[in-house]
Structure formats: C-alpha cells, structure tokens
Design a protein around this ligand. Structure first.
Ligand SMILES: C[S@@+](CC[C@H](N)C(=O)[O-])C[C@H]1O[C@@H](n2cnc3c(N)ncnc32)[C@H](O)[C@@H]1O
Length: 401
C-alpha cells in the first residue's frame, strides 16, 4: 500500500531506490561486463535469452506482464508510480485555436489549460514560454490577460505576432529567467505556469516561488539539464533521506528518469537503432585499437546527419575524439556486426533499469513537492494527459497557504 503523504512516500521510495541502486545505476552501454552480472547472473541470462518480441514489448511498457518478478521488486515499483489522472471528462477547445501548433503539442496544451484555474484579477505568467502557446490558449479560453517570459527574441516576436493576430491579450517579454530581475514577475498574487521547463529552469522557478509565494502549475522536464553534475535534493527531507539511505544521484541518473520516449516514427526509430549499433561497434573497435577497455562517449548526431556507411561513421567518431584509425587492415563488416550484436545485448540488459525510470522521476517530483511544502505550500500531484501525448506528463499544482 502506497503511503498517502508526499513525505512518507518519498521515504518509502528512497529506501526502495537505494536498495536497488547497484542494479539500476550502471548503464549497460558502458560496460562489457556489467557490475551486477555476477550477483544477478540468472537475471542476466534470462534477459539475454529474451526474443525480439518480448524485448520490444518490455521496452515499450516495462510493467505490462513483466516477466522479471522473480528477481526484481516489480510490484512495489509499479505501486510507486501510481498518480491520479487529472484529465478525465474535459471538454475540447475549439479546433481552430490549434492553428500553428503541432497535433500532439496541441492536445497537451488543451489538457494543461484545463488544469489552470482562472481567478479573476490574478495575473498569469508563463515561465520559459517559447511562442507562448500555453499562455495564449489559457488567455483566449478565459478572456484574461497573460504574460509569457522567453529569452529568445525571435520566439517572442513570432509568439507576439500570433497572439496579436488572434486578438489575444498575451504579452511576450524577452526575459532570461535565470537572471535576478526575473523574480520581479513573480508577485505573491501571480499564478505561474510552466510546461516542460528543463532542469535548472524549473528549479529556479521553484526557488523563486518559495520566496514570493505565487501559485504554480508546473510540468517538469529534462531534470538532467543542470549546471551541477551531482544532484543535491531540493527539499530538507530529500537531503536527509538521501544521506540516510546513501542514495547518490548525478546527472546521468537524472537522464535515466527521462529516457523513456513516446514511440517515434519508424524511420526515426530505425536510424536511432543504427546509430546505437554503430556507436557500440565503434566503441569495441576503439577499445581494441587503443588497448584500453573503457567506453568512449561519442557526441550524438541529429536525425538525418548519420553518415551513410559504418566506415564513414567510425572516421567521423574517431575525428571527434582525436583518434587516428589505421588506413588499412580493419575488417569493417566484422566490427559493424559486433556492434549490432552488442546492441541486442545492451537493449536486453537495459530492461532491468527501465523498471526504475518512472520511480526515479516520481522521486524527483516528490522532492520538488516537499520543497514547496516545506515553504508553506499545499501541493497536488497527478498526470495531466496520457503518456502517449508526452511521457513528461506529471503535473504539480502548488498553492501557497
Ligand atoms: C522545452 S521549451 C518549452 C517551451 C514551451 N513551454 C512549450 O512547452 O512549448 C523551453 C523554452 O525555454 C526557453 N529558455 C531556455 N532558457 C531560458 C532562459 N534562461 N530564460 C528564458 N527562457 C529560456 C527556450 O528558449 C525554450 O523556448
């Protein structure tokens, strides 16, 4: 049974995550021999023997009929990620309002807008607004003024144009939210919204809000986009529990929390697989050539930038890392085949970690909720839309007491 208060839930989840840290923390990509392989040899053998269909099914939904109950605390982990769905029975907004917004994004906005109350006279401020789609939609829905804060002048210009054309009372302000003067927008009577504000951008908002006492509706995103590599819990309770249970998180762990992606189009998925296989093939090759058995991270390439052939990819990767490859004598198809083989193994071993991704995200959200509660807020957590629209669908509604 999941504890009811955010504090006791954080405590329960800290214990769970800390006791399995050795299993979910190491990324199989990095290790030819995983640190937990000895202790969980039966689990490793089971995962490596999974066929492609079961592997794909568990990748897509790690909790659906999981076959890993024998080794991992699947029931507790599944319990730990339960959040109320906040989006039932919402009436859709007029279709014409979705012009200039992508289909999935529009449905997210629609769901989010219904979560933001309209309190007459309470100004609405959107933090990291982009073109201000969220604030514009809210403003249009309630016929109330709003302000969007965004640092890119071009996004402000385009967003303002859009709002003006639609006759919406939205003002886009060019503002670096990390700058000291951003606090000026967060008066105690303001209501601040943020959809998918990354790492430090949303923690900045939380810290400023705790000072000013403004109300917040926030869907956090990209927890790993932080200046600091080591994660320092925001809440007092988070820090105390992390110390007590020795739960040490860093930027790579935070990246695990958001690794889950909604199924991308087939062509994108195929290219991503190929890039991963080539990356692993190159990694095996460089380990051999340098006689140094350590993973060498290579920068990622944007969609469509992947070279046509494995050989070209390896030359590109070697250049990025300042390595020179021998002009002759490399059996490229051998290393490419090894890369694909290793990708199959890595994908299967990753399945054990997949079960911990969402619990880790919930832990980070609870830490944020506790931080606000410690500052005198009442905080409600839930999911604001289906996961298919965005896996970053957790919403925090915080009202200052
Ligand atoms: C992930 S986007 C989210 C945009 C919008 N909320 C949405 O959901 O479509 C993050 C936005 O934050 C803006 N941003 C990044 N750093 C910023 C900063 N320091 N100050 C203000 N805006 C910033 C980016 O330019 C971008 O438009």
């Amino acid at each position: 049974m999941i504890p009811s208060s955010h504090g006791s839930r954080l405590r329960w989840l800290t214990e769970l995550l800390a006791s399995w840290q050795a299993l979910w923390q190491p990324a199989p990509f990095y290790y030819r021999r995983l640190p937990w392989a000895e202790d969980f040899s039966a689990l490793r053998d089971y995962l490596l023997a999974l066929d492609d269909r079961d592997c794909a099914r568990l990748e897509q939904d790690p909790f659906a009929s999981s076959v890993l109950y024998d080794w991992l605390p699947v029931v507790d982990l599944a319990e730990s990620i339960r959040l109320p769905a906040l989006f039932q029975a919402q009436s859709p907004l007029p279709n014409a309002w979705s012009a200039h917004v992508g289909g999935r994004k529009w449905r997210q906005l629609e769901a989010f807008v219904h979560q933001v109350e309209m309190i007459p006279g309470q100004p609405l401020v959107e933090w990291c607004a982009g073109k201000g789609h969220l604030a514009r939609t809210w403003s249009r829905f309630h016929d109330q003024p709003a302000v969007g804060l965004e640092w890119q002048p071009e996004l402000c210009r385009l967003g303002q144009q859009l709002a003006d054309r639609q006759g919406v009372a939205l003002r886009l302000e060019q503002q670096d939210v990390m700058a000291a003067d951003a606090a000026g927008w967060l008066s105690p009577d303001a209501q601040v919204v943020a959809l998918h504000a990354c790492g430090d951008l949303h923690t900045r908002l939380l810290k400023q809000a705790a000072i000013s006492g403004c109300d917040l509706t926030l869907a956090p995103c990209c927890y790993q986009r932080t200046a600091e590599y080591d994660y320092r819990p925001l809440s007092r309770l988070g820090r105390e529990l992390a110390d007590r249970y020795d739960l040490r998180l860093n930027r790579d762990d935070l990246a695990l929390a958001v690794q889950e992606t909604v199924t991308a189009p087939k062509a994108v998925r195929r290219q991503r697989e190929q890039a991963n296989a080539w990356r692993l093939g190159f990694d095996l090759l460089q380990r051999e050539l340098c006689d140094h058995d350590e993973y060498l991270p290579v920068p990622s390439l944007a969609y469509g930038r992947l070279p046509m052939h494995f050989t070209d990819f390896c030359h590109w990767a070697a250049k990025q890392k300042g390595l020179s490859l021998p002009a002759a004598g490399i059996d490229w198809s051998h290393w490419e085949a090894l890369g694909w083989q290793r990708l199959g193994e890595v994908k299967r071993l990753e399945l054990a970690r997949h079960l911990f991704r969402r619990p880790l995200e919930i832990w980070l959200v609870l830490d944020r909720a506790l931080f606000l509660e410690e500052a005198g807020y009442h905080v409600e957590l839930g999911v604001f839309c289906e996961r298919e629209l965005t896996p970053r669908n957790i919403l925090m509604k915080a009202v200052s007491n």
